[in-house]
Design a protein around this ligand. Sequence first.
Ligand code: FES
Length: 320
Amino acid sequence: MSQAQTLAVEVIAIEQVTPLIKHFTLSAVDGAELPAFSGGSHIIVVLRGATRIYRNPYSLLSSPHSLGSYEIGVRRMEESRGGSHFLHDQVTVGSRLEIAHPVNLFPLAKTARKQVLIAGGIGITPFLAQLEDLHDGTAPYELHYSVRSPEHAAFLPRLREREGDRVRLYFDSESQAIDFDGLLANQPLGTHVYVCGPAGLINRVMTTAQRLGWPDSHLHSEQFTAPPTGDAFEVVLARAKLTVQVAPDRSLLESIEAAGVEVPYLCRGGVCGFCQTRVLEVDGELLHNDHFLSDAEKTKGKSIMPCVSRARCKNLVLDL
Ligand code: FES
């Protein structure tokens, strides 16, 4: 993914939908239709700050049938990778941004006999677009939406209006919790389950489904990991013959890009595997934070996903 492939968009509406979530509507600067996408797709939003460039993934929540604009929901993160604060505090109606073409790493399975969607908090966003795809009636579906309190339930009026009783709500504030065993034990053969939200929710759904004998091919999850901060370290890019400093608040990928070296990426959240980079030398510990490499690959230490992973060492040499 290179910057040459980005699209210029303008922010045409911003709405504060919960105390922590803002809803942004973006349209092409030239007024043209935006590229087609399917429910579950995300875009990378490029934000040019005074001293750094942020590239953050956000799920598209608008209808895939309406390409005059894209909509995203942005939660202000406490431990922000930076972009969410930038979007909340500095972007206004009329601001111009760059976005990458949509990519779908969380698509609906076309062969499913039933679709069960489970969202936690801001994890509702990819489902809003998927629900539009599900309105064609090819498979029955239901949505389970777990959130802190009614005040924090983003997009609730839209869901209630469009989905009626196909949405089940669970508010922590009212001690309501999803009965994962009951939900997953009583689905017809051929059902697919999708979960998006905090790591705890995803783990709970996955471990319950696996214990109940669900095939892995029918389980789908999406969680983009924000690049964690950490100690500063140095990396040598062998082919570029460059030594790059990685600051505590920058990801390895951002630091490499800032040095003028391009690394392919799709998600920038440790999911897609596109940024996988060969480690030629390391004299310490690789801090793997991705969901892509297997445990065995992480232990071997021959690859790293620079979008989210770091190192604690004196000497790290990458095949870049
Ligand atoms: S860009 Fe997707 S795993 Fe790094």
